[in-house]
Design a protein around this ligand. Structure first.
Ligand code: ZN
Length: 207
């Protein structure tokens, strides 16, 4: 988002594409809607169709940042086809690299207040409740989502890496991959990102 603002180019997030397709009740939107409503992962084919339809619409931007897509190698292959049809290409693919320890800390440290009138969230590493296991705001007993339990997080990470490694390899082969460390605050991350992108741009001009 920060990048699109500073560079003045269109930001297309998968979330926006989905919301638009659902709002306009397009054929693809109708297929995707039930998955999103149930909070389920939308299958590759459905995501691919919906992104492809965005690029068939009348206001296809020539310069854009695609956010949240592709997430898998099959999605990346689909995007290659869609871009080719539109005579578009990618300048780079940014991978924000956050190490597993940090992800486990962020997710597995998360505790939620089950009181529907409160729904406060805590983190045992950053936002620690004054009394362990108890909500500061309403005094309810905190719960941990099944998804956030450390063993579940580790399993999810394992699946993520299997899928993600194939995705990274796809763009590594195309020499498009730009790895940025997700360590530190947003300012530091952004500076590093911009430096790497500028370096790519000037390298591209020289060849
Ligand atoms: Zn509470």
């Amino acid at each position: 988002m920060l990048l699109s603002q500073r560079w003045g180019i269109v930001h297309i997030s998968t979330g926006d594409i989905f919301r638009r397709a659902i709002r306009e009740q397009t054929a693809e939107g109708k297929v995707a809607q039930p998955y999103i409503a149930k909070g389920q992962l939308v299958p590759d084919e459905v995501v691919n169709d919906i992104v492809a339809s965005r690029f068939r619409s009348e206001d296809v931007p020539r310069e854009f940042i695609l956010d949240g897509y592709p997430r898998t190698a099959p999605q990346a292959r689909n995007l290659d086809v869609v871009l080719k049809e539109n005579h578009l290409g990618l300048d780079g693919v940014i991978f924000l690299d956050v190490d597993d320890k940090e992800i486990i800390k962020r997710l597995a440290g998360r505790w939620n207040c089950p009181n529907t009138a409160c729904l406060e969230t805590f983190n045992t590493f950053q936002k620690i409740p004054a009394v362990a296991g108890v909500c500061d705001s309403c005094g309810s007993k905190l719960i941990q989502r099944e998804d956030d339990r450390e063993d579940t997080v580790r399993q999810r990470l394992e699946v993520f890496h299997q899928v993600n490694d194939a995705l990274l390899a796809h763009y590594e082969n195309q020499k498009l991959l730009v790895r940025v460390s997700g360590k530190g605050d947003i300012g530091t991350i952004y500076q590093d990102l911009e430096k790497k992108l500028s370096a790519r741009k000037s390298a591209a001009r020289e060849t």
